[in-house]
Design a binder for this molecule. Structure first.
Ligand SMILES: Cc1cc2nc3c(=O)[nH]c(=O)nc-3n(C[C@H](O)[C@H](O)[C@H](O)COP(=O)(O)OP(=O)(O)OC[C@H]3O[C@@H](n4cnc5c(N)ncnc54)[C@H](O)[C@@H]3O)c2cc1C
Length: 267
């Protein structure tokens, strides 16, 4: 572990190259989309602004995308932490956003393929648990510093908290001289979608025959997304999920969120 500072102690080995693998979330998402497109799916970029109510109250005819109707047999709410905005349209439990910060360093071949999960105490006593992931493309991703800053209405407005990036850069410099000197490709923040009981919402939306929800995977939304996607596909096309028991994730287990409590447009 020569790339780490001398005062970093590695106490456990969690796995090896034979027992672990790493998924790059952006590359994984793009590859899944390409595979879906090869099977006939179409990616349409736009903002969902509402739902199309069917002639029957308990069915949807589709969604409004940028205020244009797009019809569909089934509607899946999968807006991550922004799924809470769908409580304006459907009866759904709350989904909250828990913010995290990260840096992407250009480390080339200086950092071997050794992911690290660390416990660290800052000078003021704050305890943090940084995670470091060297990637096959010669970058190293480091995340730490959660915050409860409010979710911006527009996903494009997500930005790091004041001072958080400087703090994270200082931590990285303390952990490794390689990180202390490497160029930084990205300084960023994102929001994990979390529910009140910590379990995702996967299943039918109560009261509507063809509306579904798939969100709330918190810190495991990359790992669990393929299983959720397969279960949703089964549920929509055959009426039941075969590979996954969806009962613990039933959206009806949690109380519906009252959309009157949303504070839209406030800072
Ligand atoms: C620092 C950090 C580290 C993490 N590490 C891991 C890890 O090691 N392993 C793991 O499995 N998971 C990890 N996660 C969690 C994982 O990233 C999330 O669980 C996952 O991204 C959630 O996916 P999602 O599709 O539900 O939501 P999102 O990724 O938030 O996607 C929601 C999408 O909906 C879009 N959207 C919102 N409103 C609208 C609208 N009205 N119309 C159209 N589109 C809209 C948004 O732009 C966004 O693209 C981490 C998260 C963070 C923040």
């Amino acid at each position: 572990m020569g790339w780490l500072s001398a005062d970093v102690q590695v106490t456990h080995r969690l796995g090896s190259a034979q027992t672990t693998a790493q998924v790059d979330p952006g590359a994984f998402t793009a590859a899944l989309m390409r595979a879906a497109e090869a099977h006939g799916a179409t990616l349409r970029r736009g903002q969902v602004t509402g739902l199309l109510r069917g002639a029957q109250a308990a069915r949807l005819d589709g969604v409004m995308v940028d205020d244009t109707p797009v019809s569909g047999d089934a509607v899946v709410i999968a807006l991550g932490p922004w799924s809470i905005l769908a409580t304006q349209w459907l009866t759904l439990p709350a989904v909250f956003g828990l913010k995290g910060h990260s840096l992407v360093f250009e480390t080339g071949a200086q950092v071997p393929a050794q992911a690290l999960f660390l416990d660290l105490q800052e000078a003021d006593g704050t305890a943090l648990t940084p995670e470091l992931f060297p990637r096959a493309d010669g970058t190293t991703y480091v995340c730490a510093i959660s915050s409860e800053a409010p979710l911006p209405l527009d996903p494009a407005d997500v930005a790091p908290d004041a001072g958080a990036i400087e703090r994270l850069e200082a931590i990285c410099g303390r952990l490794s001289p390689v990180l202390g000197q490497a160029p930084i490709r990205a300084r960023q923040a994102c929001y994990r979608p979390v529910t009140r009981d910590g379990l995702p919402l996967i299943g039918r939306v109560p009261g509507i025959a063809n509306a579904y929800v798939a969100t709330g995977h918190s810190i495991w939304g990359i790992l669990n997304a393929p299983a959720t996607g397969e279960a949703m596909a089964d549920l929509i096309t055959t009426g039941a999920a075969v590979a996954v028991d969806l009962r613990p994730f039933d959206p009806a287990r949690l109380p519906p969120f009252d959309p009157a409590r949303l504070r839209l447009g406030e800072r």
